[in-house]
Every structure is written in C-alpha cells, then in structure tokens.
Write a protein that binds this ligand. Structure first.
Ligand code: SAH
Ligand code: SF4
Length: 433
C-alpha cells in the first residue's frame, strides 16, 4: 500500500522547492545536504519538508493510480466543507464573517466563540473551521507513524501515567536495532513517510545512541520527528545534524501557576526556551497543550492557542487531559469532547494554514471524536506503530484508544476514515502564494 502522492519539482529557489501534483502547487523545504535535486525530479515531502526522490517510472505508476481517486476525494471533501450559516446568532456570524475577510480575530472575539454552547451554533463554528481548512489545504492530510520506544521517564509530571514515581508499571525500553526494524517494517509495508520517535525522558539513550537511531532512520527516506522531552540543546543540535527535521514538544499550559503545579522541577520558561531554540535550529515544530487541566479557564485555553501560534509551529498538537490512575491527578475530571472540538475549530480560525492533529487521546474520549475533529478543522493524524506487547505499558493515560488495534487494521481504518471524508494523504507543504 502506498499512501503518499509523489510531486513533481517545478522550481527551486535556494533551499525552497515548488512542487506540483494534479495542478496543486506547494512550497517545500529542500534538504540538499541529504539528497541533491533538480527541476523535473519526482519527490516525496512531508509536513512541508523534502523526504526523498522517487524514480520517475515508479512515480508515474503511483500517480496513475491516484489520478481518478484524487479528484473523487476532492469532490467529497468540497461537499463536506460547505457552510450552513442560517443557524448562527448574528453576533457569532459577524465574528466569523471576519474569517472570510482573512482578518485577525481579537482575543475577546475568540473568547466569545469559546462561549458558544448551543449544538446548532457549535456545528456552524465547526463547519466554518472546516471550510477554512479546505480553503487552505485543499483535501491534503498527513499521517505519521509513531513509535513509543521507552516508558522510562526521569520526570514526574503529575498528570502522566509513566512518570518516574508511578509504581506497579512494568517498564520497557527498546534497543536501537529493534526500533529501526519496527520503522522499516512500517515504511516498507504501509508506505509511511514520517516517523515520530517518542519516549519518556530516558537518559539510557545517550546522544550517541539517539544519533545512530536518527541517522539510520533518515536513511530509510522518511521525515524523522523526535519527541523526547527536555533534552539539552546540544543533544537536539546533534540530532538535527544526524537527520532529524521535526520535533514534537508541547508546552502543556500557558498558565505559569498551573504549569508549576503539574510539572514539578521544570519551568514553563525553560520549556518555551527549548521550543524556540528548536525552531531556530531549523526543526519543523509541532507544539500545543493539554486541554481541560484542573483550574483552567476558557481564557487560559485561548491563551494556549495564541501562545502556540506565537511559537510559529507547523503543527498544532493538543489533546484532552485524561486523569490516570496512580498519578496525583487521578481524581481530577477529564476534559470534554466539546472542549477539544472547540479548541480545534478556534485554532484553525487563529492560524489558517497550520496543520492540526487529532490525537489518540481525543479518540479515547469517544469513537466518533476523530471524525468530528477532522470535520472541525483538523487535518493530521498519527498511527501508533509500537508493537502491541508494549502499547499498554506506554500508559501515559488510562484506556488508550487503539491499544488492541494491530497496525494493519489501524492503517486501514485511518485510510477508510480519510477517504470517507474526501481527504488524500498528500501533505506536501504550503500552497504556493
Ligand atoms: N516525554 C515527552 C514525550 C512523551 S509525553 C514529553 O513529555 O514531551 C507526550 C505527551 O503526552 C505530553 O506532552 C502530554 O501532553 C501527553 N500526556 C501525558 N499524560 C497525559 C494525560 N494524562 N492525559 C492526556 N495527555 C497526556
Ligand atoms: Fe515523562 Fe513526558 Fe510523562 Fe512528563 S509527560 S512524565 S516528561 S513522559
């Protein structure tokens, strides 16, 4: 199975390439150190970053397969992205009309949208966000594979089920060769073009081990995404050099008081400093926050969205806070699905061109949540490719969705879901203006 659509490189300006697929043009960041390219080459890109070249014959075969499917999917997506504005109050409508004029919404207006409660009003908010998503991205979506390679963690985040002090949890860590074998299998079998490497803060993996992992994974022709927590800037610099091009690190909350309560021993300032440094190093950034932490207000969530935007991310990653047994926050209330859908929609209205992820944590709230998230402005997904025997041990929260879903089934379900919504996994970057 091959999910990504190859693109034709039609222009190069320095480190930026312009690519075309089926008449859609996007800008991508080239990686000339990894592989030189020229106009006329067929390539794969993920998250706006060049991944690898592809032989013309193979590219043309894949494009021939995609040609009809792509235009069919586009039609479905366009039909699902229409808006029924009649159902909206005049106040909300006035705010949302600003979106059509591409005007920046004020914080007070975002808060007003957050207060919408009536189901028919919320459905219009989601429709408008979905419409903006369609306008900015067409039917492009991206699917990344994630490998959770160690549940050892030296941190003690109060919400997290693999925190250092959690007792009764069997810990595991995978050898570098084992991680590479898992990745290779997923890439060969399912055609993944981006792999996220995630773990607790586990210093058993020193710089040399991580560099080896990244270097060999990059050689497999994928975008290497790292999600390792607070490691030193030097470590991240080395990993960039080894071929990692994307980093996933949430700041968790913009409220300093809540942050210091839930992440003892670390500061929001340090976390933000690292995220900004990663951006300066050249990493594609995925960042965001937990939604619905105890004590959080609507204004905190709006501040979280605005802080995410100010960090200049390529991808928004946020999910519901889910209380986990055996942690200091086990008795807290879980976030509601409605809160997440609103956060997705409002993020889309704040940052039109961003990629917004629907997370497994959202799916844990409700089976339909992934579909609803994709129809409320989200356009990215991750598939867990961690071997089943380790999945339940990567217990950052309880009863994670998809724990029992084998990879082949998860891939099929994801593709079925995307196709039913008219989305194509084309994720080639930003529409060329
Ligand atoms: N150790 C790394 C990466 C693994 S944790 C880090 O902390 O960055 C990845 C994400 O899981 C965290 O950013 C956090 O937002 C999320 N997470 C942890 N515990 C959670 C819980 N109980 N509910 C929902 N999300 C949780
Ligand atoms: Fe460790 Fe990340 Fe969990 Fe914090 S959220 S305890 S750093 S795995």
């Amino acid at each position: 199975m091959c999910y990504a659509i190859p693109a034709l490189l039609i222009a190069i300006e320095g480190n930026i390439g312009i690519v075309d697929y089926f008449g859609e043009k996007r800008k991508i960041l080239l990686d000339l150190e990894f592989e030189p390219v020229k106009v006329g080459d067929y390539i794969y890109a993920q998250g706006g970053v060049f991944v690898r070249k592809i032989a013309p014959k193979e590219a043309e075969e894949i494009l021939a397969h995609w040609r009809n499917v792509f235009f069919e999917l586009k039609k479905t997506d366009e039909a699902l992205s229409r808006i029924d504005q009649d159902k909206l109050s005049s106040n909300a409508l006035a705010i949302l009309q600003k979106v059509n004029l591409q005007k920046t919404l004020k914080k007070s207006e975002l808060l007003e949208l957050f207060k919408l409660k009536a189901p028919e009003e919320l459905s219009v908010l989601y429709e408008i966000a979905n419409n903006v998503r369609q306008r900015e991205h067409g039917n492009a979506s991206c699917i990344h594979g994630i490998i959770e390679f160690s549940n050892y963690c030296s941190q003690n985040c109060c919400y997290c089920g693999i925190r250092a002090d959690r007792v009764g949890l069997t810990r595991y860590r995978l050898e570098i060769e084992e991680i590479l074998a898992i990745a290779k299998n997923a890439i060969d079998k399912y055609g993944f073009k981006a792999i996220v490497l995630q773990s607790g803060e586990d210093y058993w993996y020193d710089d040399a081990k991580l560099e080896k992992l990244v270097r060999n994974l990059r050689k497999m022709g994928v975008l290497v995404f790292v999600s390792l927590g607070l490691r030193s800037e030097e470590t991240y610099r080395k990993l960039y050099k080894a071929g990692a091009r994307a980093a996933l690190m949430r700041f968790e909350t913009s409220n300093e008081e809540i942050f210091s309560r839930i992440r003892p021993g670390t500061t929001l300032k340090d976390r933000l400093k690292l995220i900004r440094s990663l951006k300066d190093m050249g990493y594609v950034i995925a960042t965001g926050f937990l939604v619905g932490l105890p004590g959080e207000t609507d204004e905190d969530i709006v501040n979280n969205i605005l802080l995410t935007k100010s960090l200049g991310p390529d991808m928004y990653s946020f999910g519901p806070f889910l209380p986990t047994i055996g942690t200091p926050m086990e008795k807290a209330e879980r976030a509601s699905k409605e809160l997440i859908l609103k956060t997705i929609a409002i993020s889309r209205l704040v940052d039109y061109g961003s990629n917004i992820l629907v997370t497994t944590a959202l799916e844990t709230l409700d089976k339909e949540a992934k579909r609803e998230g994709l129809l409320a402005g989200a356009n990215s997904m991750m598939i867990n490719i961690t071997p089943e025997k380790y999945r339940s041990l990567y217990a950052i929260y309880d009863n994670r969705a998809s724990i029992d879903t084998v990879v082949s089934k998860a891939v099929q379900e994801t593709v079925d879901l995307l196709y039913s919504l008219g989305r194509a996994p084309t994720d080639l970057g930003f529409i060329s203006g």
